[in-house]
Design a protein around this ligand. Structure first.
Ligand SMILES: CCCCCCCCCCCC(=O)O
Length: 286
């Protein structure tokens, strides 16, 4: 067993084992969970399991629920008004507020590693994924409210819904590597976002990629501790800030989807973070 990634102040649960390379406990947060959310999730998960043998996010959630004897890390009862302390990623010490602005909840956090010259992996940044609470609940209720068999079949596409729909979300990157230049940030975005633009939009998106990467101008410094926000605002507008400073806004559904895909898509940077996000979304079912 390793420590839970979202342990709670009052319950101090532990998380089922995960591959040791990415296991990293968090410090405490005061977020509580409700028995109702657990019950709803368990019921849905059980039904899903009987209907669809593939790994839907609810199955993942149920696996996590039932393989642990401990309290569960569900967001169901987090109120946006509470003063939950930030969540600290203990490997890097990166700290994430539980709520961003007054409406975006933290759904999960992860770590982006990158290999240098194929030789060794470095921790480049920790990240947190946030989504607007009411947007998410609206989407969940429209799509999954009654939990009929046909609706449940669609559940495994929830991340796709999340990426494609006009839901306000933020990816918060907290830089932990101390020797990062803005040029390497540009290059990394060019490679990762470029591959996703190709995946979703074909090869004719060089101009869009260039508009995005050119926002990261040489004048910006990115020391350890810098925070980059990639926020999807209403109308699929990607708004980027570095340490709270605006660096630009680009209206593009394709660009927003491509950026989210890096974290919650088919081949996410941190698979465990994606699972965690799915689990937290499952806890919001009812
Ligand atoms: C030496 C490694 C440099 C990597 C810099 C990554 C900085 C941010 C890039 C964000 C997108 C991504 O993670 O690919």
């Amino acid at each position: 067993m390793v420590s839970l990634r979202f342990p709670f102040l009052f319950s101090q649960p532990t998380w089922p084992s995960r591959p040791s390379s990415s296991a990293r406990p968090f410090s405490a947060t005061t977020v509580a969970f409700t028995a109702a959310a657990v019950g709803a999730t368990a019921a849905v998960a059980a039904l899903t399991t009987s209907q669809n043998p593939t790994h839907t996010f609810l199955q993942n959630a149920s696996n996590l629920l039932f393989s642990s004897n401990h309290s569960l890390p569900l967001w169901g009862s987090l109120t946006l008004a509470d003063n939950s302390p930030p969540i600290v990623e203990s490997k890097t010490g990166a700290s994430f507020p539980s709520v961003l602005g007054d409406s975006q909840k933290l759904l999960g956090i992860g770590l982006r590693k990158k290999s240098i010259l194929g030789l060794r992996n470095i921790d480049v940044y920790a990240f947190g994924i946030y989504a607007d609470d009411s947007d998410i609940k609206k989407l969940l209720s429209v799509k999954y409210q009654k939990l009929s068999v046909s609706e449940i079949k669609g559940i495994k596409d929830f991340n796709v819904d999340l990426m494609e729909n006009d839901i306000c979300m933020t990816v918060r990157l907290q830089i932990v590597y101390s020797k990062l230049s803005i040029r390497s940030v540009r290059n990394a975005f060019e490679e990762s976002v470029g591959s996703r633009l190709k995946k979703f939009g074909g090869s004719d998106n060089k101009e869009l990629l260039q508009r995005f990467t050119s926002q990261f101008k040489d004048e910006y410094k990115i020391p350890r501790g810098s925070v980059i926000h990639l926020s999807r605002e209403k109308g699929h507008v990607l708004h980027t800030t570095i340490d709270g400073k605006d660096v630009g806004s680009i209206q593009s559904k394709l660009l927003c989807q491509s950026i989210l895909d890096l974290y919650i898509g088919e081949e996410p940077f941190d698979k465990q973070a994606k699972k965690e996000i799915e689990l937290n979304l499952a806890s919001l079912q009812k």
